[in-house]
Design a protein around this ligand. Sequence first.
Ligand SMILES: [Zn+2]
Length: 328
Amino acid sequence: MPPIVRCPAEPYGGGWHGAPDDAHRPDARVDWLRFAPVQPVFRARAAQRLAVLAYHGVTDPRSFGAQLDRLRRLATPVSLGAVLQAVTERRPLPARSVLVTFDDADRSVLTHALPALNARGIPAAAFVISELIGTERPFWWHEADFLARHGGRARSLDCGHPSQLLPRLKAMPDPDRRRSLHELRVSADRRPPRQEQLSPADLRALRDGGVAIGNHTQGHPCLGRCDDATVRAEITGAHEDLTRWLGEPPIAFAYPDGGHDPRAEAVLQELGYRLGFLSDHRLGPRLPSHPLQISRLQVDSTTSTRRFDTILSGLEPAYLRWRGQPMA
Ligand SMILES: [Zn+2]
């Protein structure tokens, strides 16, 4: 998520919502880190930490499979249930614990990730945008990018480089974002392509296949740009949808755009949520000290296994922070 632009986006991964946000992606020059003499030191330290990996879709199944093979060799894949148990019993997870998660849950989680995970016996969790389930609606950030490239205009977006479209939309108060999206829709000369989303039955298939389903709000706004009532409605609406589809309430939440929001945390506590995940590109303690603020590392299915190692060790995240390019 050129250098990473600091914005309220899910910083690299979710803020990196596909091609439009590629500008946020750390440059490939950090690949040299794999040769850094401190990498073994970081790797040893990381063994005593919890690594929660935050993926989005799986666009490169072969590379994703290689990453999972790497996890099987170097790490101890754990389930969401194991993290919950550790928190409940106040007992640290095993050394080298890694939890695989997916935000936004596009269809590739079902079609590409699930078979690869099952083939290796690796559990995972997926965080769902509930208002998209069972529809053919694209993610709003993909839609906005498409509309802007096909004649769409919005008053509040009239100036500025196209690469700044998403950062600007994400920085707006949420009512302004919604209004700008509407203006883009009515002014564009083409409609965006449909995007088949997961269905409620797909969610149950994922759950039954070892991918726990969590809440990622109803419509994926930047919660920090929403008023209190919207924060509550976004979380409770998705909570009710997921409870109806799955027959049980979800217990885990991923903050859309990765940033912690105390108002959201209060709603999560009211609803009985036990685990909440950030996108801060950090490792965390093996016994999460703030279970509703668990750190995650941003990865992508296209990440080379060598670079994957430097992310998993915490070296690349530390280097990016040192360079002043924090992920959140
Ligand atoms: Zn997201």
